[in-house]
Ligand binder design. Structure first.
Ligand SMILES: [Zn+2]
Length: 59
C-alpha cells in the first residue's frame, strides 16, 4: 500500500459529468477542479457559469 502516491493528487481520468454522466476530458476535469465545484462536462459547466441566481437575482 502506498497512500503517499495518491494523497493530494486528483486523478484526471475516469471522471464523468455529474449532470449527464458524459465522460470528461482532462481539460474538462481540470476546469471543474479550478472551479472548485462538481465535475461537469463543458456543456453543463457553461450552464453553471451562466445560471448564477445567488449572485445576480433579477426578480
Ligand atoms: Zn454534462
Amino acid at each position: 500500500m502506498s497512500l503517499e502516491e495518491r494523497e493530494g493528487v486528483e486523478p484526471l481520468v475516469g471522471k464523468a459529468c455529474e449532470v449527464c454522466g458524459a465522460s470528461l476530458s482532462e481539460g474538462e476535469i481540470r476546469a471543474s477542479l479550478e472551479a472548485g465545484g462538481a465535475y461537469l462536462c463543458s456543456v453543463h459547466a457553461a450552464e453553471e457559469s451562466l445560471a448564477d441566481p445567488a449572485q445576480d437575482p433579477e426578480i
